[in-house]
Design a protein around this ligand. Structure first.
Ligand code: TRP
Length: 469
């Protein structure tokens, strides 16, 4: 039996529209900015392998669970969880899963928008030709000077928030589809061109070895957590973004096919970005672990030297801004939908309020790169001794809040939701269906256990227990 609820916020015009919107949400700074730099910081190959495993065994099953919850509930995550919990005879406290997601959305968007602001700034820098014939040192110092200026970061952050809230206030089921349909393929083609360029560098194979040689000695509990957290981050899982998009999904669309398509596209984009960037890093004797500035310090070098580099570079950063834009929208949509449902606000009002709050929180990140770079709020914990406010926000959201949200979703769908419900949503009529059983096994056991084990490992609890024996 499928549910006959419909969403007051509208519905995607087709299955394809959902795939486009969900891909728009998934593909973003996470793929092009974050994946390369955290791969660099965590030593490459083995980290990439753990990340891919997490996508396959945790990410895809949880994505299906999250879409399912959304389509079943047809409301903002808070109200969806409240409705479904009461239908399943479970505690009403499940609505706090929606609250956790809403908070994570604010926190992530607050720094996401600052980094998207960097990409915006780089559209104009590349366009004005400052990178023509630039050296590696030159590109690094241009970037260094840029982030040292809080006023500039603030201005670009502000612009990006305004852009995001503008689209959100008009409703995501309109307009968004068209943008994604055109721009995502363009981004894809441009990445392939960049990889092609990297292939002609002498260091291509060194870059590929760095990405795909599995050296497990470099893997620590924390890098496993980072890989897992990034699987959630890059697929937009665990906070309700995919849930709210699922709530606009037409009833007859296949949840399994759409989820797998989105995850595949997202992964391909991330790997292409890595393949374009690491050869460059080695060709210019740069440090793979350079941190959040990695793509802003490496890509300008290519654009400064390739034929028509100013054109391609400008185009690249424009597409990166669009990728970030379609992701940012999904971070705030659950909150806006909730404000409209429960407070009866207009979308414009809801988006404005959410925008102001996010803008203010973004100041923490803006200052983390300049006047506040010495503020280390958790300096008394050895592990976080060097972490700036931005580092902590990122750690808290990607490594803790998203996996926790995903864990709870997996438990709800795997253990508390009736089997008939999940079978109906997946359009499966046979208990013995192999795909269904694999999925259920992953959602019930593998995904939750993996998250719990990684959490325990990082907190040292497993080591402490092991030392007892
Ligand atoms: N997935 C996006 C990226 O890779 C970021 C993002 C959008 C996100 N919505 C999300 C991350 C929800 C976590 C949760 O850039």
């Amino acid at each position: 039996m499928t549910s006959s609820r419909s969403s007051i916020h509208g519905e995607w015009s087709s299955r394809l529209a959902f795939v486009l919107a969900a891909t728009g949400s998934a593909v973003g700074l996470g793929n092009i900015w974050k994946f390369p730099y955290i791969t660099g910081e965590n030593g490459g190959g083995a980290f990439v392998l753990v990340y891919l495993l997490c996508i396959a065994c945790i990410g895809i099953p949880i994505m299906m669970a999250e879409v399912m919850l959304g389509r079943r509930g047809r409301q903002s995550p808070i109200n969806t969880m409240r409705t479904l919990a009461s239908e399943m005879g479970q505690s009403r406290y499940w609505c706090y899963l929606g609250w956790l997601g809403m908070l994570a959305g604010f926190l992530i968007l607050s720094y996401y928008s600052v980094i998207a602001g960097w990409a915006l700034a780089y559209v104009f820098r590349t366009g004005s030709g400052v990178f023509v014939n630039v050296t590696a040192d030159g590109a690094a110092s241009i970037f260094g000077r840029f982030i040292a200026d809080p006023e500039k970061l603030l201005a670009w952050h502000t612009l990006f928030i305004v852009m995001t809230m503008f689209v959100v206030s008009r409703g995501v089921t309109q307009g968004l589809e068209k943008a994604v349909r055109l721009l995502m393929p363009a981004l894809f083609v441009l990445l392939i061109i960049l990889v092609g360029y990297a292939m002609n560098l002498g260091e291509f194979s060194q870059g590929i070895h760095f990405l795909f040689d599995f050296d497990f000695s470099r893997l620590t509990a924390d890098s496993v957590l980072t890989a897992m957290g990034h699987a959630f981050f890059t697929l937009s899982l665990g906070m309700g973004a995919i849930m709210i998009y699922g709530s606009y999904l037409p009833k007859d669309a296949s949840i399994a096919k759409t989820s797998i398509t989105v995850a595949l596209m997202d992964t391909v984009v991330a790997l292409l970005a890595g393949m374009a960037i690491f050869p460059l890093v080695f060709a210019n004797a740069l440090e793979p672990g350079a941190g959040p500035g990695l793509i802003f310090q490496t890509l300008p070098i290519v654009f400064g030297h390739m034929p028509a580099g100013t054109f391609f570079g400008t185009l690249f950063f424009i597409l990166l801004v669009f990728a970030a834009w379609t992701s940012a929208i999904s971070l705030i949509e659950p909150t806006v939908a909730w404000l409209v449902e429960n407070r009866g606000h207009s979308r414009i009002y809801a988006a404005t309020v959410a925008g102001i709050i996010t803008w203010l929180m973004g100041l923490l990140t803006v200052f983390s790169f300049n006047i506040g770079e010495d503020i280390k709020p958790l300096a008394f914990i050895a592990k976080f001794a060097d972490s700036t406010m931005f580092d902590l926000l990122d750690y808290l959201t990607s490594n803790i809040m998203l996996p926790l949200g995903g864990l709870l979703m997996a438990i709800f769908v795997g253990w508390l939701m009736k089997k008939e419900t999940s079978m109906a949503e997946l359009d499966i009529h046979d208990h013995l269906h192999v795909g269904y059983r694999v999925w259920l096994f992953l959602v019930k056991f593998i995904a939750p256990l993996a998250v719990i084990i990684v959490f325990l490992e990082v907190t040292g609890i497993i080591d402490a227990l092991a030392s007892l024996f």
